[in-house]
Ligand binder design. Structure first.
Ligand SMILES: *Cc1c(COP(=O)(O)O)cnc(C)c1O
Length: 414
């Protein structure tokens, strides 16, 4: 009997094999048929310290036995309080408030609602959201609305709200981006949402800290709220705890998820400055922030996040990130000499490149790459002809070598 499971971003009609994973540790997955798979994309960008980190596992086990779930509207618990305090201690000081939710997409929905809530108090005419071209912020309707439009959301287009799209800051064309942003801000906008330094799902496009800083400054000048979606870039991915750090930028609203629990269980937060909280504060019930979900701040997820914060505090995480960054660069440099490799780039632990080929050929390159890597027991998931490597920080050199050898082989064979 075929499985009744309907998988995300999967065309079941292609009949591609769907491996059954039974166990994971560090940067390695084990399948039911006995294969050892290297997880070179951190199970879709979530796993930071490695799968089944003992401290996170212990925290989950202990919390599950103590307090599994509790309504969070009007109630609280120590794991959530500890995570909020911990985030306050390491995130920019201006971000005084921590709102919990369950996924990157919901953290973005929450950010958009907070921004509109702020403007309801200050200037209700400001409702327009500005976005960066090629952006990705999740797959719920609001998150899709502020993300790039394309084949993946064409069917839902009638439901998506209108936004102002700012062109991506291409190298040497940054001024066009800044001018367009200035123009859009002058015309009046509620908020500008960006992925700082790296646009992930849109194709691992990088841009400079200088541009990020200037974009933030333009928003500040016009009072447009600056929302940093660090769902992917946060937790050390770009070499620093937050990508915003490299530009010395503090957003008005910050979205975090993926690595928040070390990648073990779902959890997200949206952090906000005091004026945004204040716009929802007072004796009137109608001004409260109207957002919740059944599992808001689930204690087990919060316990995992608290363990993640302790790992950051007590283990040499920055050193691991530095080491992985160096190891990625060495291998990327070697690969960049291949005649079919274009645009080799790295920021922190993220390495990316394009595999060259003629257009018609390119159109079916992605599925062929996917099969090539799967046959070599590697979890890599190219974005079109863009191949990227974003492993857990603990991946060892031999496994990283296997990843790069397979990419080089793909350049030769496919
Ligand atoms: C993955 C991602 C999201 C969505 O997070 P989910 O947990 O998959 O809903 C939002 N923003 C960015 C930048 C992401 O990379």
């Amino acid at each position: 009997m075929t499985s009744p499971v309907w998988h995300p971003f999967t065309q079941h009609g292609l009949g591609e094999p769907i491996p059954l994973v039974t166990r994971a540790e560090g940067a390695v997955l084990h399948t039911a048929d006995g294969r050892r798979i290297v997880d070179a994309i951190s199970s879709w960008w979530v796993t930071t310290h490695g799968h089944a980190h003992p401290r996170i596992v212990a925290a989950i086990r202990e919390q599950a036995e103590t307090l599994d779930q509790i309504i969070f509207a009007g109630w609280t618990h120590e794991p959530a309080e500890a995570v909020a305090r911990g985030l306050r201690a390491i995130m920019p000081q201006e971000l005084t408030r921590v709102f919990f939710s369950d996924s990157g997409s919901t953290s973005v929905e929450v950010a958009l609602k907070m921004a509109l809530g702020y403007w309801r108090e200050h200037d209700p005419a400001r409702t327009r959201i500005l976005v960066l071209e090629h952006g990705y912020h999740g797959d719920t309707i609001g998150a899709m609305s502020v993300g790039a439009r394309g084949v993946f959301n064409r069917a839902y287009e009638p439901l998506l709200f209108d936004v102002g799209t700012i062109p991506f800051p291409r190298p040497d064309r940054e001024q066009e981006t800044l001018d367009a942003l200035e123009q859009a801000c002058v015309s009046g906008a509620a908020a500008f949402i960006v992925e700082p330094l790296v646009l992930g799902a849109g194709g691992m496009h990088f841009y400079s800290p200088d541009t990020l800083r200037e974009m933030r400054a333009i928003c500040a000048r016009h009072g447009v709220l600056f929302i940093a979606d660090e769902v992917m870039t946060g937790w050390g991915r770009t070499g620093t705890l937050l990508a915003c750090e490299q530009a010395g930028v503090v957003p008005d609203i910050l979205c975090l998820s993926k690595g928040l629990t070390g990648g073990a269980v779902p959890l997200a937060v949206t952090m906000a400055t005091e004026p945004i909280f204040a716009a929802h504060y007072g004796p009137e019930r109608a001004r409260m922030f109207f957002h919740s979900s059944s599992y808001t701040a689930n204690p087990i997820a919060c316990a995992a996040a608290r363990a993640n914060l302790l790992i950051w505090e007590e283990e040499p995480v920055a050193e691991r990130i530095r080491l992985l960054s160096e190891r990625q660069q060495l291998r990327l440099d070697a690969l960049a000499r291949h005649p079919r490799v274009r645009g080799a780039r790295r920021l922190g632990t993220i390495a990316a490149l394009e595999i060259d080929g003629d257009e018609g050929y390119l159109s079916d390159l992605a599925p062929r790459l996917l099969a090539h890597f799967r046959e070599r027991d590697l979890l890599l998931r190219p974005l079109g002809n863009t191949v990227y490597v974003m492993p857990p920080f603990c991946i060892d050199e031999a496994d990283l070598d296997r990843v790069y050898a397979a990419i080089a082989e793909a350049c030769d064979l496919l």
